[in-house]
Design a protein around this ligand. Structure first.
Ligand SMILES: C[S@@+](CC[C@H](N)C(=O)[O-])C[C@H]1O[C@@H](n2cnc3c(N)ncnc32)[C@H](O)[C@@H]1O
Length: 257
């Protein structure tokens, strides 16, 4: 099954499951895993590696599959035109540019995300902002899940670039998720029930994201607060400072190995 179908299936499972099932951490962790985890060669998933999506091929067939279609529909004369062919190839490459640096799946440890969502399920979350959309799979999962428990009025995901494949963009539209190319500075002092910080992991950015939005939110989750792969001057440093100030709201952390 391809990666897009996996997240679609996951959303369907959320939509048809009773709330009691969705609060069962084993069930929910499995649903998250079945949605497919982003390929990551750092061995971060432990036993959940079984859910990891395959390594994407470089300039994969997925990127190039449209070429034969274009060629089949083109006259032989055109195909012999030296000005025509490079242009088609350039156009195809441009169309597929966003896919190049993007791996599909949720970049999350299933049980951590499941526990966080179950915790949030009775908190009446009506507005949500995510910093760091990446391919958008995690966004779709979080929003589909929380929408089962409360009516959303505002739902925004921001990133400094748009890496979402077209099918994921369509699902964003279906779920009324507003994707914006932006940083947290644009949302300074805006209030959200839930803020999820998973953008630039550098210390200064984490701090900025928290001070711009997180601190004004009812609930703020950080990703990678305990991820040694991120380096010392990153999320763990800021998280430790925050803990000292007793401002902890919730946490998702990468398991210590
Ligand atoms: C680790 S990925 C996010 C993974 C995603 N939340 C998931 O679970 O699949 C980090 C993302 O943050 C984006 N990013 C980097 N700097 C940013 C910034 N200052 N503001 C918003 N997004 C940023 C990157 O482009 C990248 O897509």
């Amino acid at each position: 099954m391809n990666e897009i179908n996996k997240i679609k299936d996951g959303i369907n499972t959320i939509n048809k499951s009773p709330l009691s099932k969705l609060r069962d951490v084993d069930f929910l962790s499995d649903v998250i895993g079945q949605c497919g985890l982003t390929y990551d060669k750092r061995n971060i998933y432990g036993d959940d590696i079984l859910y990891m999506n395959e390594k994407p091929l470089k300039n994969s067939a997925a990127e190039l599959w449209k070429i034969p279609g274009q060629i089949v529909n083109t006259s032989l004369n055109k195909l012999r035109d030296v000005a025509f062919l490079p242009d088609v190839i350039k156009k195809i490459a441009r169309n597929h540019k966003p896919y190049k640096n993007c791996r599909f799946g949720l970049w999350q440890i299933p049980r951590q995300l499941a526990e966080a969502l179950i915790y949030l399920s009775d908190k009446n979350i009506k507005s949500f902002i995510e910093i760091g959309t990446y391919a958008g799979f995690t966004t779709l999962f979080i929003v589909s899940y929380l929408k089962k428990f409360s009516d959303f009025s505002k739902c925004i995901s921001i990133d400094i670039s748009d890496l979402r494949p077209d099918d994921i963009k369509d699902l964003f539209t279906e779920l009324n998720i507003d994707h914006q190319i932006s940083t947290s500075s644009k949302f300074q002092n805006k209030k959200f029930d839930l803020c999820f910080i998973d953008g630039n992991h550098g210390y200064n950015w984490i701090k900025k994201d928290f001070l711009n939005i997180g601190v004004n939110s009812k609930f703020c989750m950080f990703h990678d607060i305990n991820d040694r792969n991120c380096g010392k001057e990153t999320v763990p440093k800021f998280w430790n400072e925050l803990k000292m100030n007793n401002n902890i709201l919730f946490r998702i952390e990468v398991k210590e190995k």
